[in-house]
Design a protein around this ligand. Structure first.
Ligand code: HEC
Length: 148
């Protein structure tokens, strides 16, 4: 191989490695981003549970419910192709059933918005019902799509 060809080949391999490395990095980033997002779910659910357990104040449930709705709207984008590998509990079934996975995330978003409305209206019974409904959407997705 002529020198210039070897150099071109080497450069091409270098570019390929950088691209592949970039993809793995993007996947690790996506896994971290979605875990951070689920932590927002977790702490927000904790804040809402406090309101449920102490019968109020309803206003304290508004921001955490809105935080879950806003985060839910962003979560599916972090399930990029190939990110079933790595430091993750996401099951490969997610990518085989992306439409269903997206529907289940939408259910969490909708339930969080319903809860936020009840909280804004000062409706404690609505918050309690909403908390149960929202919690149900977590389990409905974890069961098929998350490894324990
Ligand atoms: C549409 C699917 C879906 C819904 C809805 C969902 N989760 Fe998850 N959750 C997952 C998946 C998948 C993982 C695993 C993510 C990973 O390890 O990459 C996960 C992981 C988590 C984690 C662990 C995050 C970490 O740091 O490793 C927590 C906490 C969590 N979810 C809380 C919740 C709560 C609370 C709700 C409901 C308000 C909820 N999730 C709703 C799919 C969902």
């Amino acid at each position: 191989m002529a020198y210039w060809r070897k150099a071109a080949f080497g450069a091409a391999v270098g570019v390929a490695l950088v691209v592949a490395g970039g993809a793995a990095f993007a996947q690790a980033d996506a896994i971290k981003a979605r875990k951070d997002g689920f932590q927002v779910f977790r702490t927000s659910m904790g804040a809402i549970k406090k309101v449920v357990d102490s019968n109020g104040p309803a206003a304290d449930a508004v921001a955490p419910a809105q935080a879950i709705a806003a985060q839910a709207a962003k979560q599916v984008a972090h399930f990029v192709p190939g990110s079933d590998k790595g430091d993750t509990k996401a099951k490969p079934e997610i990518w085989a059933n992306m439409a269903d996975f997206t529907t289940k995330m939408k259910a969490a978003e909708t339930a969080a918005m319903t809860l936020a409305s009840a909280a804004q209206a000062g409706n404690i019974d609505g918050i309690k019902a909403g908390f149960g409904a929202l919690g149900g959407t977590c389990g409905a997705c974890h069961k098929p799509y998350r490894n324990d």
